[in-house]
Design a protein. Structure first.
Length: 365
């Protein structure tokens, strides 16, 4: 009997021990702890929340007037009085756009201790900023900080005849080129009237021939009237707001009609100003309130609630752009509860990598 009682006691102890281990395991499985990053903190995923950078994109055009080789003969042979006779170039400021980007905030670096949590599929962007949990992050395309786009022009030399090229003087070459222009016009007129000796077979073929004749005429005409080339410049510059960011009539850069974009200290250009104003859309604790507040137990995932800033870009004569931009630095940092990532839930969270805010959250049980 004593032996049977001992076996029963051992069996009960094993059952109790098994239940304790199971409960501990389930408790561990349900936790998603987050802590400020420190070296050797253990296993987990370390991520940043971003600060928001305001991106200003400015567009300008350089216009170049280039006289043709026969510009002084334009009126004599073609009766054209407004041909370009003098080389000139200048810049025009076309406009601007205001957007945002995210940069890792070094003071907002956290480690998610997985502990068998369902928040195991964590996506970071190339800078280490948290982008998504248990879902696919959004894709962002980065534009070059500065780029140029120029137009193309035709090479008149491709359409000059042997007689034109062998002319003994510029005046004679201009005369022969003008004759070729008139001949091209007569050919186009004959085709459109159906009077050409070798008419195209169908409408599509006729259009191809007419397009080629137009191209030849334009190329030869440029030798008399000149041409206008344009160079498009796209220039980007960033502003990093602080918690106290209100700014009025700050010089972003300068713009010159002769030089285009120049540094803000270069007085050769006229200033491009910006105003930056905190709209105070999110209530932030004062320094005293923050000091008195009790520490938040960081069990979950940190995210930002961004505030908003109004950005106005302008010159002395016109307004270029005005936008309200969400800014992480003007908001607060909160905790997404660990209950979203326990054994019973697999929550999908999509983050805005420019603000650290939550774009969408989907809870599945």
């Amino acid at each position: 009997m004593a032996r049977q009682s001992l076996k029963k006691d051992i069996y009960l102890m094993k059952r109790v021990l098994f239940l304790l281990i199971t409960m501990a395991t389930m408790s561990c499985y349900a936790q998603t702890e987050v802590s400020a990053f420190s070296t050797g903190a253990g296993e987990g995923v370390t991520y940043y929340l971003p600060d928001t950078k305001i991106e200003i994109t400015l567009n300008a055009t350089c216009i170049k007037h280039i006289p043709g080789e026969f510009s002084r003969y334009a009126e004599r042979y073609l009766r054209i009085k407004d041909a370009i006779t003098k080389a000139d170039s200048y810049w025009e400021l076309d406009g601007a756009t205001i957007t945002r980007s995210g940069v890792p905030a070094p003071y907002k670096m956290f480690t998610i201790k997985l502990n068998n949590s369902t928040a195991s599929n964590i996506a970071l962007d190339e800078q280490g900023v948290i982008a998504a949990i248990n879902t696919t992050p959004q894709k962002h395309t980065e534009e070059a900080a500065e780029r140029y786009i120029s137009n193309s022009h035709l090479d008149a030399g491709m359409y000059m005849t042997e007689e034109m090229l062998q002319a003994t003087s510029t005046a004679k070459m201009a005369e022969l080129t003008a004759r070729e222009i008139y001949a091209i016009r007569e050919s186009k007129l004959a085709i459109t009237r159906g009077q050409a000796e070798n008419m195209p077979n169908d409408g599509q073929a006729m259009q191809l021939v007419l397009n080629e004749l137009d191209k030849q005429e334009r190329a030869l005409m440029e030798m008399f009237i000149g041409r206008t080339d344009t160079l498009k410049q796209v220039f980007r510059i960033g502003i990093m707001p602080t918690e106290k960011c209100d700014t009025t009539k700050a010089v972003l850069l300068r713009f010159s009609r002769k030089l285009g974009f120049v540094d803000k200290d270069n007085l050769a250009g006229e200033p491009v100003y910006y105003d930056l104003r905190d709209l105070k859309s999110v209530k932030r604790p004062t320094a005293e309130e923050a000091a008195k507040a009790k520490p938040i137990k960081k069990e979950g995932v940190c995210y930002n609630i961004p505030g908003k800033a109004e950005v106005v870009l302008y010159t002395r004569t016109r307004k270029l752009a005005k936008e309200e931009i969400p800014v992480a630095q003007l908001g607060t940092t909160e905790i997404l509860s660990k209950s979203h990532f326990n054994k019973a839930n697999t929550t999908k969270v999509l983050f805005d990598t420019t603000t650290g805010g939550i774009i969408s959250i989907e809870k599945k049980q």
